[in-house]
Design a protein around this ligand. Structure first.
Ligand code: HEC
Length: 105
């Protein structure tokens, strides 16, 4: 009886890790994919900004000083942002912000 419970516990932990770990790496991929699909045409693939689009650099020293919350507010709040950007779900914004942080390094 005890052995069965232990086996169940180990199986549960293994299954949980199996589900969680790929999800973590997908989140990072999502940020990059979202950025390329929704932001790169204005802010540039490297996030250095595009003067022609009047889109500022997201990797400048100024942008680095912005908090994650500042960046998220800008994504949802800039009048210049198209509806598809402003309507991004909070999780998607988080993923994109995390991706921008990797570009800032
Ligand atoms: C249609 C072009 C366009 C797209 C698409 C776009 N942006 Fe912008 N973005 C702008 C412009 C223009 C500004 C400057 C607006 C202003 O200062 O009022 C801006 C400003 C910002 C700022 C504020 C920067 C600062 O220094 O204050 C952030 C952060 C930002 N965008 C992130 C994003 C992210 C993330 C995406 C994709 C999810 C995105 N933008 C998509 C044009 C765009």
């Amino acid at each position: 009886m005890k052995t069965t419970k232990l086996v169940m516990l180990v199986m549960t932990i293994a299954a949980t890790l199996f589900i969680l770990i790929p999800n973590l790496s997908w989140a990072a991929d999502d940020g990059a994919t979202l950025y390329k699909a929704k932001c790169a045409m204005c802010h540039g693939a490297d996030a250095a900004g595009k003067p022609a689009m009047k889109a500022p650099s997201l990797i400048s020293d100024d942008a680095k000083k912005l908090s994650d919350a500042d960046l998220a507010t800008a994504v949802a709040g800039k009048a210049k942002h198209p509806a598809g950007v402003k309507a991004l779900a909070a999780d998607d914004v988080k993923a994109v912000v995390a991706y921008i942080r990797t570009l800032q390094k």
